[in-house]
Design a binder for this molecule. Structure first.
Ligand SMILES: Nc1nc2c(c(=O)[nH]1)N[C@H]1C(S)=C(S)[C@@H](COP(=O)(O)O)O[C@H]1N2
Ligand SMILES: [Mo]
Length: 260
């Protein structure tokens, strides 16, 4: 079994730190309530992905909450104001020229405007976002189920991953900007709560939280939920993306499967 002490330390340290002091923004009694869950979560990270899948079941739903349980604004985290020129151009035109492209191993590549996405059946869910840093936030998300988009694109039978490429740059690498990216498997991609969210707490998704489109993958930690989605690629391997570990933070040592 793989052991990743760095992340465990990070998680534990974060939970202890944030548990001790109330911070501005996103806090929730559930952080305290969850300490048992969190311990289980940490040990679960030592298990293989396959075992976690068995424990989680394929289509079990993440807990949903009522509107009265939204006690705080959604705390923006990570990149909150991308300065990439392609993104700034989108902001300047209020995302009216935005197209979500879906490509790779699909029979039907797609290019969808926000209007088209918003015209599709939508799902609204109130869920808790757990960041690896140890804070949680409950918010309401509205978006297009990813499954519906996949039905249109018709992934090849051997497509195994959905890869999200983002607008925002995390660092400058030798061969140019290193942008945020993430990936999930087909089970999470087709999970009923996996949506491409364009609204949050009943408002248009703000830039700080990933406008125009960010994914919600409710059974995993926050870093899986790519904001500022530029392109979706269906693939049978994660090797060609970034440094090959399936996500920006995974390339820096985080677990690819961040089940809660
Ligand atoms: N494109 C992009 N997506 C991202 C990040 C980021 O920096 N860039 N940060 C991740 C992390 S660590 C968290 S906790 C959530 C934060 O989402 P929020 O800003 O809506 O709270 O976005 C995730 N998705
Ligand atoms: Mo996070």
């Amino acid at each position: 079994m793989k052991h990743k002490p760095a992340r465990r330390r990070f998680l534990t340290g974060g939970a202890a730190f944030f548990g001790a002091m109330p911070l501005s923004g996103c806090f929730d009694a559930s952080v305290q309530r969850d300490s048992t869950t969190r311990t289980i979560l940490e040990s679960a990270n030592d298990l293989t992905y396959r075992v976690q899948r068995l424990l989680l079941g394929t289509n079990s739903l993440a807990q949903e909450f009522s509107a009265s349980e939204i006690r705080q604004p959604m705390r923006p985290n990570g990149v909150t104001n991308p300065q990439d020129s392609e993104y700034l151009t989108q902001v300047a035109s209020d995302f009216s020229n935005y197209r979500l492209t879906v490509g790779g191993m699909v029979a039907q590549p797609l290019s969808l405007s926000l209007e088209q996405l918003q015209g599709m059946p939508s799902r609204t869910q109130i869920t808790r976002h757990d960041c690896v840093e140890g804070w949680s936030c409950i918010a309401m998300w509205t978006g297009t189920p990813l499954a519906a988009i996949l039905d249109m694109a018709q992934p090849a039978d051997n497509a195994r991953y959905v890869v999200f490429s983002c607008f925002d740059t995390m660092e400058s690498g030798l061969s140019g900007p290193v942008r945020y990216y993430e990936s999930i498997d087909m089970l999470d991609a087709r999970h009923p709560q996996t949506i491409l969210a364009y609204a949050m707490n009943g408002q248009r998704l703000p830039v700080a939280n990933g406008a125009p489109l960010r994914v919600r993958v409710e059974r995993q930690l926050g870093y899986k939920m790519a904001k500022y989605i530029h392109t979706i690629t269906l693939a049978d391997s994660l090797q060609p993306f970034g440094r090959g570990n399936g996500g920006y933070w995974e390339d820096h040592g985080y677990e690819w499967f961040a089940g809660i």
